[in-house]
Design a protein around this ligand. Structure first.
Ligand code: GUN
Length: 286
């Protein structure tokens, strides 16, 4: 068997186009243009690329983007004050502080200082709590993007046995919640899990979000499984790969995300979608 591709670029284009149309209709109706503020502290090369991609997606969707690069020496207090100003700025409907922030800044303090209804990353404790309680809120972008990618390809998680490998705050745990809310039976594995292979072998839907290559072996994948690889790693020759070895994984999988071009574009598309949702809520229009 050779797997069908879950094409994240195509699905992301569909989302961005939907948002572009909605923004254009807002403007025609005399409503405000959605705005996204992105703060980058320091000059991490990978973060700069991610921020540039977010800026480009905003341009395509007609969202105003305000990117601020702050010096690596910016104090926690200065960053918190800047977030407060953006919380009060009516042109800004979404605020994103690119992670990681330098070590002298407490990441969760900063994340939780963002107005929950401007937290378009969906990282605020209130938004994660709202997701767990199935309440309306802004949802973490990567898990939300993966759910969109599955559904746009006609894959319905209800009743499936889903296995999420990795239990991080921003992917693994909210991914497990999304799948649970969608009616899947969910196993979450983590670094203390014994016999990872036996869990992976049972997965009808497998989401690998370890952040390290070669933890999951492609040979463990159940024949026909839907496989989502969240990892992205740059190799010495400059090429990109995911957490999985794509060539071995695709032999067993029924569906698989490529890297690049799978989950990455969907994360950005969810951010764009969340910015529109935040703007509509700001206006009381939904
Ligand atoms: N760093 C890596 N991924 C992300 C993301 O989705 N949002 C933010 N804010 N920082 C990140």
């Amino acid at each position: 068997m050779s797997a069908r591709l879950l094409d994240g670029r195509k699905a992301a284009d569909t989302t961005v186009e939907r948002v572009r149309q909605a923004v254009s209709e807002r403007l025609d109706a005399g409503l405000s243009r959605p705005g996204l503020a992105v703060i980058l502290v320091g000059d991490d090369a990978a973060s700069r690329v991610y921020v540039r991609n977010k800026e480009k997606a905003c341009q395509r969707a007609g969202i105003a983007s305000f990117v601020e690069t702050l010096d690596v020496s910016t104090t926690e207090q200065q960053l918190l004050e800047r977030v407060q100003q953006l919380n009060a700025d009516p042109r800004v409907h979404g605020i994103l502080v690119q992670l990681p922030v330098p070590d002298h800044i407490d990441q969760s303090l900063v994340t939780n200082s963002i107005d929950p209804w401007k937290d378009v990353d969906g990282f605020h404790a209130e938004n994660v709590g709202r997701l767990a309680l199935r309440q309306l809120g802004l949802r973490p972008c990567t898990p939300m993007g993966i759910m969109t990618l599955l559904r746009q390809n006609g894959i319905e998680p209800k009743g499936m046995h889903a296995v999420v490998v990795g239990a991080s705050n921003i992917v693994g745990r909210p991914m497990a919640l999304e799948l649970l809310l969608a009616g899947a039976t969910v196993t979450v594995t983590h670094r203390f899990t014994r016999d990872l292979a036996s869990h992976v072998r049972q997965a009808e839907l497998l989401v690998v979000a370890v952040g390290k290559p070669n933890v999951v072996d492609g040979d463990w994948i159940r024949p026909g499984a839907v496989v989502v690889d969240v990892g992205i790693h740059r190799l010495e020759d400059g090429s990109l790969r995911g957490d999985l070895d794509f060539e071995s994984a695709k032999k067993n999988a029924g569906w698989i995300t490529p890297v690049p071009g799978g989950v990455g574009p969907m994360t950005v598309a969810s951010l764009i979608s969340n910015t529109l949702i935040a703007c509509e809520r700001f206006d009381g229009v939904d």
